[in-house]
Design a protein around this ligand. Sequence first.
Ligand SMILES: [Zn+2]
Length: 225
Amino acid sequence: MGIMSLILEIIYPNKCGFCGAGISKDKLICHECAGKLRLDYYIGKPKDIPGEKPIELLMYAGIYSGHARRGVLRLKDSPAANVIKYLSITLIDKIKEKGLDGKIDYIAFVPMSRGRESKRGFNQAELIAKHIAGELSKPILYDAICKRGRLLSQHKLKSYRQRQLHAGSSYYLKRGAKRIDGCTVLLCDDVITSGSTLASCSELLKELGAKRIFAFTLLSSRNHR
Ligand SMILES: [Zn+2]
């Protein structure tokens, strides 16, 4: 090992994405976490997503539970790149194997409100999108979807109608967003729960002319098989 890389390793030690323990530079996960992690890769139709078939294909590395959940929760506090790399490595291989990469024109991500993002310092969905875009050599679709800040918390919105209006209006298209007519977009987020967030963003991308939306999440709160 050269002196420079030794110094860099001391300043920036490589850490297990799932527990933070020190690991060698060529690893993404420690031995112990690798033994605890249960993944269940899925690439297929999403099940029970709101809206009229807004997402054609859903892919994720496992269910949001146990050690996998622990890793993704760490992403809320720090840009734990090793979690993203580890959970997406096999999916990226599968995307290439199935020739799906040839169909994808853009990589997009679920936005955060500006206030929340500046408080956290990063948007984990954007970090995922950047990683995938790098691995598949695709451009990232910036300046398309935005998220409104949480002006009113949900419990302050008393009526059902008010809550509906608020939920439907969290995401919007940025003025002057470029057209992506006929394109296929891979939309990234950390976890899919009900699918309503991905569905809202997907519908906005379709307003811009996108033909097909594929969704990429690290984990899913439920099984789509
Ligand atoms: Zn670990």
